[in-house]
Every structure is written in structure tokens, then in C-alpha cells.
Design a protein around this ligand. Sequence first.
Ligand code: KG4
Ligand code: ZN
Length: 362
Amino acid sequence: MLCLGIETSCDETAVALVNDGQLIDQRLASQIDVHAVFGGVVPEIASREHLRILPTLFRELVKENGVDPQEIDTVAVARGPGLLGALLIGLSFAKALSLSCNARLVGVNHLWAHLLASGLERSIPFPAMGLLVSGGHTHTYRIGSPVEFDLLGKTLDDAAGEAFDKVAKTLNFPYPGGKYVDMLAQGVEPDKKLFPRAFIDNPSLDFSFSGLKTAVAVYVQAHQEVVLPHMGEGDCAAFLEALSPEAREHVACICASFNWSVADTLRIKVERALKKTGHVKSLVVAGGVAANSIIRKTMADLADRYGLQLVLPSLGLCTDNASMIAYAGELLAQNGFEHDLTLEAIPRGRIVPMDWLIRRGG
Ligand code: KG4
Ligand code: ZN
């Protein structure tokens, strides 16, 4: 089954072709530079950029792979959660394409797609425990199969990625700063008493990261010498040269200690979820923050202790991409699920409905 995936839920415009679980090719245009000057994604600009870039990316992808659009069996599109205006660009494109190519239309839950992405690289043993850590979400799921997700815990305020980005912004790192916090934390011993691991002294499976973010902000406020002189763009390492060696060491310790607090909070909640849900075969960690080296190591240790297979996507598959949308969409289509032209976009904060139509004999 030839499946085209379309991703426009935030600030990456992407298209990909998957055939029977194998990635054929993909194209991705990041808008990071456009939004960096504002220190965050500007929704209106994101929509306009998707509208400008998506047709070109699609044309390039099919042309360079010798694919006639009429050969596409399924058009899979990220239908949420995400920025509403941004999603609508992808959805409109997908609907028009499915109509003109007589292809099946499948709306894909962006969060499920993140968790299934590793299936492009290896098989995922089900049932699985899923941890999704991205810029907008921190969720745990029991995943029974590629089409059965039970939400166990979620963040009550900031997502893990949001906390990384806000801490980075407090330090004047370039946007999005999660990877710079990770980079500076490498090989540095964390001070485990410096910042709290929030919302762990209760039986809940939910997360809260806003207190931790505030704790870092308050600490930095009292230690202004660690803040970069002005908001960095591009290479963070070059900006760090502006700090004294002591301040550089101090900022590295802040990053390592904050990163440890996040990683250990995630470890505690996932461990608690494992104890509650009983037998699973694997631990799947996904989303942009799954690129974090300390979180990867923490989850590897946890999987090891529980005798679970650790399923981690390669770094390119962690952040937003269309390969995961095409792959998840193909799995849905293979299970007989599809949508019609009434498919809706779902903004952040709303549960993505399982409103598929079931294709007879599908
Ligand atoms: O999944 P994603 O690409 O977009 C959303 O759907 O939100 O995740 C983006 C998030 C950003 O917050 C970014 O700073 C964070 O992932 N991120 C990282 C790392 N690489 C990306 N956070 C911590 N460490 C990293 N190495
Ligand atoms: Zn994402």
C-alpha cells in the first residue's frame, strides 16, 4: 500500500512516502529560523509558511521518486493535536489530494504517530508502555496494539519540552533550547538538591513541570552572571565564550541538575505506571525530548531493570516528521480505518476522537 504522510501540526512542514511499512523517501522544511527571532512559534506565521511550502515539498517528493500521484493508495495527515491554523493547511491539502487521486483519507493522531515511529526501524513488541515527551505533551500510554492506546498519565501544566525550552530561554540560549541544555549537561555531575522533582509525592501518574521551571527561573534570577549577554541565535557554543570559565561551569551545572530532575521525574512516573498496568513487553519512548541523552540513558536503565525491550527512535525520527504520519496512517488503513471529507482538525488541549469510518472488508 503506497501511503503519503503529511505533517503540519506545528513548525515543521513535511511529507513522506511509505510503502508496506518501508520508508521510501521524505521531505522536511523546518521553520525554526522564521520563529527563532520571536523566541517561540507564532501560529499565524506557521500557517502561512505551511501554505507556501507544502505544495513544493509534495511536488519534489513525488517527482524525485518517480511516483505518479494517481498511484497513492492512502493520504495520511496529522489531524491533531496541534496549532489549529497549521493543521488546517495539511488537512485541506490532504482532502483535495485524496479526492483528486481517489485515495483513501486517514486522519492521524500526531501523538500516536510519535510513539509508532520506531516501527519504521524495528518491530515494536506489544503490549508496550509508551512515554511521549514532546514540546507540547508529556503522556504515558499502555499501547495494546498500533490502534489501541490507553492514556495513563499526562502533564497538568507544562510539557517536558516546554520546560526545557523555557529554562533555555531564561539562560538566553537559542530557540528551541532543549538540545543546548542537553549539550551543556553532557558529562556534568548534577546537583540533585538544586531543583525539585515536582508532583512525585502522591500516587498520581500525571506530571507537573511548571514548578521546576519556576525554580530554575528564580535561581537564575539570583545568579545573573550565568545568563548569556543576549538571546543567542544559531551556535550556542560561540555565545558561551562570552561567559567567564566559572560562569560556564555554573551554567553547565544548572543544565545538568535541571535535566536530571526532569529525567528522574519521568523515571518515577513511568515506573509507577509499569507497576499499575502489569505485564508489558517493551518501553517505547518518543517525541522531540526523547532525543535527550540523559532521558535516553535513564529509560534504558529502567527498561533493563524491568526486563523490557527499550524502543527508542533514532534522533531524526524523534522530532516532528511526516514519515511517522505515513507509517501510522498506513497501519490504520491496513486495519480498515479511514475518514471522509468531514475530517476535523483538533487543536491542542482537545482529545483526538477515534471517529474513523470502518471500511467494509478493510
Ligand atoms: O516532538 P517535537 O519535535 O515537537 C512537538 O510535537 O512538540 O518536540 C520538540 C521539543 C522541543 O521542546 C525541543 O526543545 C525538544 O523537543 N528537544 C529536546 C532535545 N531535542 C529536542 N529537549 C531536550 N533534549 C534534547 N536533546
Ligand atoms: Zn510532535
